[in-house]
Design a protein around this ligand. Structure first.
Ligand SMILES: NC(=O)c1ccc[n+]([C@@H]2O[C@H](COP(=O)([O-])OP(=O)(O)OC[C@H]3O[C@@H](n4cnc5c(N)ncnc54)[C@H](O)[C@@H]3O)[C@@H](O)[C@H]2O)c1
Ligand SMILES: [Zn+2]
Ligand SMILES: [Zn+2]
Length: 382
């Protein structure tokens, strides 16, 4: 089969790989019909996540058709069209029993902090991902869900990560009625976080980024007020001015390890790798939220410590909520919001590439060329 293969930082190829096989009775093999590249894949592409192995196939946002099932699979049949959450989880451990699917304790032999993720560095279990024609889906009775008939494929694929993560970011913000919410980052995750903030009762939603086309999307998709931080001497001061000098009630951090906005932090975090990424967006969140406010962090970071303003967070009495998204937990409510048109994930899709052109897709998305906000990948299995 054809699959995306990592050959080192900034080196993505499409190569012939052996077909995945059933390794466990509860595995399924899924023929991928649509995949996406996530902002998290860019951290891998840039060589920023530890233990990203040459030869690995990325891709944790994908949908497809069940091609084969193991002997114990009961919930899926060959031919079912399925959406697969980016988390691999067992469904029965202490964490899964509490809905903490992204922290499953049974699926990742390499680390105890995070559970399994398709197509990510080996710190998340080393499972091959879905930017390929076929993929092995472990715990096939637990993660995948049949795609509802009414759902558009492009909404379905985004619900497997980007959209679910935006919604989760807003949930982590514990938004109360009338709250002023600031979303840092207008990528796919931030855009859905801004849409979701209204659903959770926000009275005002402000989105911060540096890319005009993404800010325009935040206005059209999420009816948000937008701020290009490169136009202000200090975006934190502007956020204070906007909020009677108190600060926002809630800040959602949807940027993560590769945040721009401070040359020093950027070099220390992403070039010299002295910390697990640049925490500038996180520090802006700490500075922009009011005392006693809440920050929801979904931006991803490496495991080593960051120069985070932890003392300020403590002195302000902040609540910081964060996690990898337990995707399937968000689905029942999100499905209704997508069906009713309150969440419109596919509005963010700007590019569609055949699998054979995935190297170009990574380049365009990484360099933010051609107004790229979200690229989809179309594997053309025979
Ligand atoms: N927690 C999870 O489960 C989960 C899931 C998916 C993605 N993520 C993470 O969420 C983050 C966002 O993902 P995405 O797909 O939207 O990525 P993306 O790279 O497309 O978007 C990030 C956006 O942040 C903007 N940005 C950079 N520095 C900024 C700053 N200082 N302030 C405000 N905006 C800034 C960029 O211009 C860009 O538009 C990534 O770190 C990704 O790894 C986490
Ligand atoms: Zn992702
Ligand atoms: Zn589990």
């Amino acid at each position: 089969m054809r699959a995306m293969v990592y050959r080192g930082p900034y080196k993505i190829r499409v190569e012939e790989k052996p077909m995945p096989v059933i390794e466990h009775p509860n595995d399924a093999i899924v023929r991928v019909t649509l995949a996406a590249i996530c902002g998290s894949d860019l951290h891998l592409y840039h060589g920023l996540m530890p233990d990203t192995r040459v030869g690995h196939t990325f891709g944790h946002e994908f949908i497809g058709v069940v091609e084969q099932v193991g002997s114990s699979v009961q919930n899926l049949q060959v031919g079912d069209r399925v959406m697969v959450p980016f988390n691999i989880f067992c469904g029965s451990c202490w964490y899964c029993a509490r809905g903490l699917y992204s922290n499953c304790h049974n699926v990742n032999p390499n680390a105890t902090a995070v559970g399994g993720i398709y197509g990510y560095s080996h710190t998340t279990g080393g499972y091959d991902g879905g930017q390929s024609q076929y993929v092995r889906v472990p715990f096939a009775d637990v993660g995948p869900v049949k795609i509802p008939d009414w759902m558009h494929d492009e909404d379905a694929v985004l619900l497997t990560d980007a959209a679910a993560t935006g919604y989760f970011g807003a949930q982590l913000g514990e938004i109360a009625e009338g709250d002023t919410v600031v979303v840092l980052g207008a990528g796919p995750v931030g855009l859905v976080a801004a849409q979701s903030a209204w659903l959770m009762g926000a009275g005002r939603v402000m989105v911060v980024d540096q890319l005009e086309e993404r800010l325009a999307k935040a206005r059209s998709m999420a009816h948000a007020e937008t701020f290009n931080y490169t136009e202000y001497d200090d975006i934190v001061v502007e956020m204070k001015k906007q909020t009677d000098h108190l600060g926002a009630d809630v800040v959602i951090e949807a940027v993560g390890a590769e945040a721009d906005g401070s040359l020093l932090q950027h070099i220390a975090g992403t070039k010299l790798k002295l910390q697990g990424g640049s925490p500038i967006a996180l520090n802006w969140a700490i500075d922009s939220v009011r005392k006693g406010g809440t920050i929801g962090v979904v931006g991803a970071y490496g495991p080593i410590p960051n120069a985070v303003k932890f003392g300020d967070a403590l002195n302000k009495g902040l609540t910081l909520n964060m996690n990898q998204t337990p995707v399937k937990r968000q689905w029942p409510r999100m499905f209704e919001h997508v069906r009713n048109g309150y969440l419109t994930p596919r509005d963010m899709v700007t590019h569609r590439f055949p699998l054979e052109d995935i190297s170009e897709a990574y380049h365009v998305f990484s360099a933010k060329l051609d107004g790229c906000i979200k690229p989809l990948i179309l594997p053309s299995a025979a």
